[in-house]
Design a protein around this ligand. Structure first.
Ligand code: ZN
Ligand code: ZN
Length: 410
């Protein structure tokens, strides 16, 4: 096209100006407005930047199965409206006056947590995902410091305390990097914790958003990777992702050569299923880590293989902030990112339906530039927050929510 680009609508200019100034503003978003309803265009308030806040213009946000569970009330009723999204990549629009380590224009990310108590033993060890007072989820949670109800990344901007903002290396494609903030760290953390690396054999059960990241990360860590899939149609796809061995798990003959050969199995399946075939693949002192959270009870665990080979059966949620940064840096170094299909805001509901149907390779990512401009004028920016003293309430005296704050990832 010749000539000047078409200017954006006035609403989006106001919003962008407010965000850049660190002022309170309304972000355009897609969320659930009515119980049982679809995702619709709406607006959410974003606070003026506190002294230690980073204001982020969102470029991309991954679509996680947790979003669907939360949005459709499958993990209990949530306060509405609910704007999902915790795989956020964007650029710094403004910073509070006490922010160090982030500057306007830098590419940053936000994952599943936007705060935690910072005082408990887990927080002090950098394991905020295990915060003993409950971490503050990026959406659908009460932020104890600000008293706000958090709204996630299906939106044009977000304001997050600097302690929970990640640097996203420029070498990573921003859309493909977004799913690293949940699917990436959820698989990287147990791979690292249980020692996946050169010489180790890692099994991956399920080849969805989490499973495909587990394959890529385990390979990049140097492990030998075996993928278990129920679908013969996924064998080639698993090999294309880097799997050394692919086994159709319903085939008892195909499972035999893998018996007692693996050190670690990452189980990403979020539907009830027997673990017996996978325990059988583990050698002495092997570990099966469950990452999927089925909505229905699992079949009973048979303790015999646990005793016979001193196996461990455990689970793992997301990861801490420091480990998430380590993962992002690792992915940049090894050129690892998610396989994504980018969708417009208008396509979000169809994308959710396709996710539920398992029809995605391997992660949908929202292009936040397609969100409609807000209709509500931005509030006046006469009181820049960066000059106003703000004293957050001490976390111990703030109210607590009874809702689960850190939704398990998928
Ligand atoms: Zn804590
Ligand atoms: Zn997630």
């Amino acid at each position: 096209m010749i000539g000047r680009p078409v200017p954006p609508p006035l609403g989006s200019l106001r919003r962008a100006t407010a965000a850049r100034a660190g002022a309170a503003h309304r972000a355009s978003a897609y969320g659930i407005a009515e119980r049982g309803g679809p995702l619709v265009a709406l607006e959410v308030p974003r606070r003026a930047a506190l002294p230690d806040d980073v204001v982020i213009d969102i470029d991309f946000c991954g679509l996680c199965h947790s979003d669907v569970h939360a949005g459709r009330g499958e993990w209990g009723a949530r306060q509405l409206p609910l704007v999902p999204g915790h795989e956020i990549v964007g650029r710094v629009a403004a910073v509070g006056r006490e922010v160090s380590g982030f500057a306007v224009g830098q590419r940053v990310g936000v994952g599943c947590l936007v705060d935690s108590c910072r005082e408990c033993a887990s927080c002090r060890e950098g394991l905020e995902q295990f915060c003993e007072r409950g971490g503050v989820g990026t959406y659908g949670a009460l932020d104890r410091r600000t008293g706000e109800y958090t709204q996630g990344g299906y939106s044009s901007s977000i304001v997050v305390n600097q302690g929970y903002v990640l640097h996203v290396p420029e070498s990573l494609d921003p859309a493909a990097a977004a799913p690293l903030l949940c699917a990436g760290i959820t698989t990287y953390s147990p791979l690292r914790h249980f020692g996946a690396g050169p010489g180790s054999g890692v099994g991956v059960v399920g080849l969805g958003g989490l499973g495909h990241m587990a394959v890529k990360l385990a390979k990049a860590l140097g492990a030998s990777v075996t993928v278990f899939t129920t679908s013969a149609s996924k064998v080639e796809a698993a090999r294309a992702l880097g799997a050394d061995t692919v086994v159709v798990s319903g085939d008892a003959e195909a499972m035999k050569p893998v018996r007692h050969t693996l050190d670690l199995v990452i189980d990403t399946v979020a539907a009830p299923h027997s673990l017996d075939p996978y325990f059988a693949t583990l050698r002495r002192d092997g570990t099966l880590v469950q990452l999927g959270l089925p909505g229905e009870p699992m079949p009973p665990v048979n303790p015999r293989p646990l005793l016979a080979r001193r196996l461990r059966y455990t689970g793992s949620p997301i990861g801490g902030i420091a480990e998430t940064q380590e993962m992002l840096d690792f992915c940049a170094e090894h050129a690892v990112a998610a396989e994504v299909e980018v969708v417009d805001a208008a396509g979000l509901n169809a994308a959710w339906d396709r996710m539920v149907a398992g029809d995605v390779r391997y992660r949908f990512v929202l292009d936040a530039s397609t969100l409609p401009a807000p209709q509500t004028p931005a509030p006046p920016t006469s009181a820049p927050p960066t000059s106003a003293p703000q004293t957050p309430a001490p976390p111990t005296s703030a109210p607590r929510t009874s809702a689960p704050q850190t939704p398990p990832a998928e």
